[in-house]
Design a protein around this ligand. Structure first.
Ligand SMILES: Cc1ncc(COP(=O)(O)O)c(C=O)c1O
Length: 464
């Protein structure tokens, strides 16, 4: 198809995800669907040949960047050898070797890998395993899930029920019942979150308070009914909320006290995003389950996984019990082969060391933006950042819904893209610019991001 045929067909037939199609309902270049045709290194190219720095690694996915022939070749080789075989009572070498590899990286006793096609399915699998495990071990009432407000955990009905974003849920209610929200760790908004009790100047105290709210929720719901807590190492939605010091250790204590499973949802935070293979390693805790996806294959083929502890596998290890759950494409041979090659490249090219070395420079470069009056907070870890935009730095006053629509979507989002930076302006919590570039980015790319964002935010400020 040529460009105009692509536009026509996109408008007539393609249903894009989380997309206001009304934006493309009209003629003229301002209503064109953006079409990306090629990727090379940390850059994307559109159908007009224009180049964009990939500031979001696609969608927190492209850890090694684009156009890596080794990964394409691994996929082709596997497709020729064995294109498909499910993991339903049978196995294939790529899934076996990848499970072995993942278990070798995963913390402590997390040795059992259940493959899925993506992150939402991993979250579904974790909730179902938690319920199944407790039914098999004499605590059949344990089924409820606790998660954090504004956190995103996926769109399938169970994962969406665990998600803490009311605007994403209302139109699909009633969802799966039995999920409950606790406060997140937005230190910048600690005063609002604690009702004025703490102002965030002592992050440790705020972290302790936030973790303790999980115990309060478990008590309120009844410890005999709560199966699991789902938390991200660094929460994405809302714009990167790293854990305050001690937060995870306190959460682990609480989960142990009430025999509630701790699920570390690492769909974004695993595979080098924070400079470690898993986020749990970064913050030094051992969950009962890790859910992951995205960066496992750097996006060269879809794959997700639920990694469970030995304790959770024990009831299924012998005898007649089976986890009656699975997906046709979970652990697809091509995806598993790509995952193996991806992790091999992580080792060969010391990708984790690279993130650890470059992360302070990434932070320092983004923090330069603090001199702009529209920037309220620059926060994150590793190669994962959120820049919160405010109307008033001193009062932290945020934008109204109308201003968000006009400034964030109408101007900032489009302005960044037009200026050659692909990233995301998000107002699922307070308005933020999200950055999560490929892990192979270096100072020149950090500078490019900072310069583009600076230029666009200066113009946005002039429009307020
Ligand atoms: C923390 C978290 N959990 C789950 C998901 C859902 O993953 P997927 O879109 O692969 O289903 C996402 C997606 O961004 C996520 O960020």
């Amino acid at each position: 198809m040529d460009d105009s045929q692509l536009q026509r067909a996109a408008k007539d037939h393609l249903w894009m995800h989380f997309t206001q199609h009304g934006r493309y309902d009209g003629s003229g270049p301002e209503h064109d669907v953006p079409v990306i045709v090629r990727g090379e290194g940390v850059y994307l190219y559109d159908n007009h040949g224009k180049r964009y720095l990939d500031g979001l690694a696609g969608l927190f996915v492209s850890q090694l960047g684009h156009g890596r022939t080794e990964l394409a070749e691994a996929a082709a080789k596997q497709a020729q050898e064995l294109a498909f075989m499910p993991l339903w009572s049978y196995a294939h070498p790529a899934a076996i070797e990848l499970a072995d590899k993942i278990a070798s990286y995963a913390p402590g006793s997390l040795n059992r890998v259940f493959f899925t096609s993506g992150g939402g399915e991993a979250v579904e699998s974790a909730w179902k395993l938690a319920k199944n495990y407790f039914k098999l071990t004499g605590k059949p009432m344990k089924h409820k899930v606790i998660s954090r407000s504004i956190a995103y955990h996926g769109t399938t009905q169970g994962a969406l029920s665990i998600t803490g974003l009311p605007n994403l849920k209302q139109q699909f209610e009633p969802l799966v019942p039995s999920t409950f929200r606790v406060p997140n760790t937005n230190v910048y908004r600690a005063s609002d979150i604690t009702g004025g009790l703490l102002d965030g100047s002592d992050p440790e105290a705020f972290g302790r308070w936030a973790a303790d709210q999980i115990a309060v929720a478990i008590e309120n719901e009844g410890p005999d009914t709560v199966a699991a807590v789902f938390l991200e190492p660094v929460q994405n939605a809302g714009g990167c909320f790293p854990p305050p010091p001690g937060y995870w250790q306190r959460v682990r204590e609480i989960c142990d006290e009430y025999d509630v499973l701790l699920v570390s949802d690492e769909v974004i935070c695993a595979f080098g995003r924070l400079g470690t293979m898993f986020g749990a390693e970064k913050f030094d805790y051992e969950p009962d389950i890790i859910t992951c996806a995205k960066g496992l294959t750097s996006g060269y083929s879809p794959l997700g996984a639920m990694i469970a502890s030995d304790r959770l596998f024990e009831p299924f290890r012998t005898g007649a019990a089976s986890f009656a759950h699975g997906y046709t494409f979970g652990g697809h041979p091509v995806s598993a082969a790509v995952g193996l090659r991806n992790l091999q490249i992580f080792e060969d090219e010391k990708i984790l060391d690279g993130v650890q070395t470059n992360a302070p420079a990434f932070r320092a470069t983004l923090e330069k933006l603090n001199d702009l009056p529209i920037v309220g907070d620059v926060r994150g870890e590793g190669f994962f950042y959120g820049i919160e935009l405010v109307k008033d730095q001193a009062t932290k006053e945020s934008f109204t819904d109308e201003e968000c629509e006009r400034i964030l979507y109408g101007f900032v989002s489009k302005g960044l893209y037009d200026a050659g930076l692909y990233c995301r302006a998000d107002d699922r919590g307070d308005p933020v610019i999200q950055l999560s570039p490929p892990l192979v980015c270096t100072q020149e790319h950090f500078d490019e991001m900072e310069q583009i964002i600076r230029g666009v935010l200066e113009k946005a400020w002039a429009q307020i």
